[in-house]
Design a binder for this molecule. Structure first.
Ligand code: TYC
Length: 119
């Protein structure tokens, strides 16, 4: 038996009429199932000397759904160490989060920087 791999089709299930025919079109086509793991991206906040701590905590609550304690811990980590991870997402979601943070920072005239990085 070859080891299970993302590249190999899952076992064909003859008992599942959806798998036998796909949507009920009458065509006997074996479906090609998409099962590759997506590349993930860390969304990272960068420290600066000007953005208020409370603003960073608010960003983490608003865009990364952190509670007050989690948001405070991440903010303090970034403040002390220079960078910190807000979350890990697929490419499209990470891109959206970065854009949301940068837009919100600009709208509020804060220099807060945010970027994404391959996991
Ligand atoms: N260093 C900032 C201050 O002392 C706080 C801060 C934390 C700024 C995290 C940005 O990503 C950041 N007000």
């Amino acid at each position: 038996m070859p080891p299970m791999s993302d590249e190999i089709d899952p076992p064909f299930n003859h008992q599942d009429p959806e798998q036998e025919t796909g949507p009920q079109t009458g065509l006997l086509l074996r479906p090609r199932v998409k099962n590759k793991k997506p590349q993930l991206y860390k969304v990272i906040l960068l420290n600066d000397d000007y953005t208020p701590m409370e603003f960073v905590v608010h960003v983490l609550e608003r865009f990364f759904h952190k509670n007050r304690q989690e948001a405070t811990d991440i903010m303090l980590h970034v403040h002390r160490r220079g960078v910190g991870i807000c979350g890990i997402f697929t490419h499209e979601i990470a891109e959206t989060k970065v854009a949301q943070v940068l837009d919100f920072a600009r709208q509020n005239e804060q220099p807060l920087q945010c970027m994404m990085e391959e996991e």
